[in-house]
Each structure stands twice: as structure tokens, then as C-alpha cells.
Design a protein around this ligand. Structure first.
Ligand SMILES: [Zn+2]
Length: 348
């Protein structure tokens, strides 16, 4: 049995009843009193919801659940989403058991979620590029996930899960196109640098190496530096009289880039990382313009706290900072740990 957190029940009751939060909390307390304290707060909230005709769980079977409402523990999740990204299908084996695994990033009008396809369910990707297509997944299991950008939850298929390609469902028209992300992804794949990063423990890395670490964000510095860059070549721009110049191009209006610094820890050691431009955007999950609007002075501690503890894969070049006598990582890429690759690394 899954548990719906009390704040979520209160939220739902608020949305569907017209009472405000305080009133609902009072009603829950009254209900507890009425039942002589025999039920917990959650229990009372469930009873209240039932009396008010508010369905706390909807769309578990054939109708769809919004991605934003998926919480770990749900056993029969059905969602409709557009495939934003798909992995390759890989084989796995452990002891006597073996099978296949792949993953998809799905998006709907409320959010995004990673769907891990186990065994036969991964066959849908065989010779199929689903990117940009809408699928319906039924009877998937929602599990906790501490991956970067996962909002704490991901979906996994089980043997009874069903996947339907381009389902006939009235809600498909509500699903956004995710055009930007899908085309960005294509560009990224095409322009992927040919560097190969060596996975290491932080403690074993040394200067000038191209390394990759799987680590947890343990600190993010609140200072965020914005600077003007050339809209054409993205080089640093300076103002010369009335025009901006990058050394090559002249233009009226620069665009902005930013730097964010953080420390990551992989259990063997910590390393300070600097994130520039896109990598900084990926780290804080926000584009530079939104970041400028939201954090004109510095990043709020509340926001920093939301990043602490996230697990990420970072790769880049190890620099030696003589002033502080420490290694630093100049980030070239930040991503979520890839489920399949991590499984393979563990198996090998
Ligand atoms: Zn330029």
C-alpha cells in the first residue's frame, strides 16, 4: 500500500473543496476528535476526502495520471507522455538471470519523468525511434530515485506493464511537443565532443586528466556570476563605445552567460567544480535569463538546499589550483547517471 503524504492530501482537498488550508486542517482535527483520536491525521484526512467526494487517487488504471502527481510507491501507474529522449537497449545479466534494459524520458503537460523499461518491455525500442512520439504506459511502478532532475521519482515497468504507441486518447492533444528539447538533444548528439572521459574515484584523479565522476552535490556557492557574451560565437563580450564586441563580431545587444561553482563528493574525496554557460544551466535546471531574474544578487539558500544531495555524473578536465593547492574540475558535461551504464559498471 502506498502512502499519500498529508500535505498532498491537504492540497487536493484545498483544490477540490474551496476551503483554505487552515480550514482543512481544522476539519481534519475535528474529524480526529470526532473519532476519539482513533485515527491518525492522515486517516482523518482520507475520511474527510471521502466525505467530500474528493478522489485522492485517480487514474491508476486506465485513465491517465499526470506526471507531476506520480509519487514513489504507486503500483499501477498509467500515464501518457511524449518521448523526449530514449536510450539504447542493453543486455544485462547477473548470476543466472539476464534480460534487457532501456530507458525513456517522458513528458506531459505537467512534468517529465524517466521510465525504465525492463526485459520484454524494452523491445518497443528495437528498430524504433520513439523520440517525439506519444506513448501510453500502463501498470508501471513508481519508485524513489535520487537522480539529478528526477524530482525523486521514476517509473519502472514490470512484466504485466503495457505500452501503447500513439494511443487513441482524448488527452494526447494536451501533451506539449517538447520541440526545443528534442532538437537541442539532436544537436548535442551531433556535436558531442570526441573526448573520452575516464571514470575514476575523485581521490585517484590527477592534473590535466579528462575524468568522469559519479558524485553527490554537497555544496553550491551562492555567488552566481553573470557575464555578457556574443550572441553569435558565445565568446566573452566587452562594451566599446556604443557597441558590444567579442573581438570578432560587433553587436548592439549581448546575451548572457553565467558561472556557478559547486563541490561534489563521491565518497573517496571531494572536488570543486566550475560550471559555465549551458553546464551551469543544467546544474541549476534553469536558463540564464530566468536565473538573472530569480537570483540577481546570489542564489538563495532555499534553492541551494534543493540541489544538495543530488547525484550527478560530471566530466571535465582536472586543473590544479596552485593558490589553494587543490584539484578542481572544469565541467564539460553534467548529466544524470545513466541507469544502464551504471548497471554495467557494477556488473563488470
Ligand atoms: Zn562573436
Amino acid at each position: 500500500m502506498f502512502k499519500i503524504p498529508l500535505p498532498e492530501i491537504i492540497n487536493k482537498l484545498q483544490q477540490h473543496s474551496g476551503f483554505d488550508k487552515q480550514e482543512i486542517i481544522v476539519k481534519i482535527k475535528q474529524k480526529m476528535d470526532e473519532l476519539s483520536g482513533l485515527v491518525s491525521e492522515e486517516g482523518a484526512a482520507h475520511i474527510l476526502a471521502n466525505e467530500m467526494g474528493v478522489k485522492l487517487i485517480s487514474g491508476l488504471e486506465s485513465s491517465r495520471l499526470s506526471i507531476t502527481n506520480i509519487i514513489p510507491g504507486l503500483m499501477n501507474v498509467s500515464i501518457i507522455g511524449r518521448v523526449i529522449n530514449q536510450s539504447e537497449v542493453k543486455e544485462w545479466s547477473r548470476g543466472e538471470r539476464s534480460g534487457k534494459i532501456a530507458s525513456l524520458l517522458l513528458g506531459d503537460d505537467t512534468g517529465k519523468i524517466r521510465l525504465v523499461l525492463w526485459n520484454e518491455t524494452a523491445d518497443i525500442l528495437k528498430n524504433n525511434n520513439l523520440t517525439g512520439k506519444i506513448i501510453q504506459i500502463k501498470y508501471a511502478v513508481a519508485k524513489e530515485s535520487n537522480g539529478f532532475g528526477s524530482n525523486g521519482v521514476e517509473l519502472h515497468t514490470k512484466s504485466t506493464s503495457k505500452i501503447e504507441l500513439e494511443p487513441e486518447h482524448p488527452d494526447t492533444t494536451k501533451i506539449p511537443l517538447f520541440d526545443d528539447e528534442i532538437s537541442n538533444l539532436k544537436q548535442n548528439n551531433e556535436s558531442k565532443p570526441s573526448f573520452s572521459y575516464i571514470r575514476k574515484d575523485i581521490i585517484e584523479s590527477s592534473e590535466n586528466e579528462l575524468n568522469e565522476f559519479r558524485a553527490v552535490i554537497v555544496q553550491v556557492f551562492d555567488r552566481i556570476v553573470f557575464f555578457e557574451v556574443c550572441p553569435e560565437c558565445r565568446k566573452r563580450a566587452r562594451k566599446e563605445e556604443n557597441m558590444w564586441c567579442c573581438g570578432e563580431h560587433k553587436f548592439q545587444t549581448p546575451v548572457y552567460s553565467m558561472v556557478v561553482n559547486a563541490v561534489v563528493d563521491d565518497g573517496t574525496d571531494t572536488i570543486r567544480c566550475s560550471f559555465f554557460g549551458n553546464q551551469a544551466e543544467n546544474l541549476i535546471n534553469m536558463d540564464v535569463n530566468s536565473a538573472r531574474a530569480k537570483f540577481p544578487e546570489k542564489i538563495t539558500s532555499e534553492f541551494i538546499n534543493s540541489l544538495i544531495g543530488k547525484e550527478i555524473l560530471v566530466s571535465g578536465k582536472i586543473n590544479y589550483n596552485a593558490q589553494f593547492d587543490r584539484k578542481e574540475l572544469q565541467i564539460r558535461n553534467i548529466s544524470l547517471p545513466d541507469y544502464i551504464k551504471e548497471a554495467e559498471l557494477l556488473l563488470n
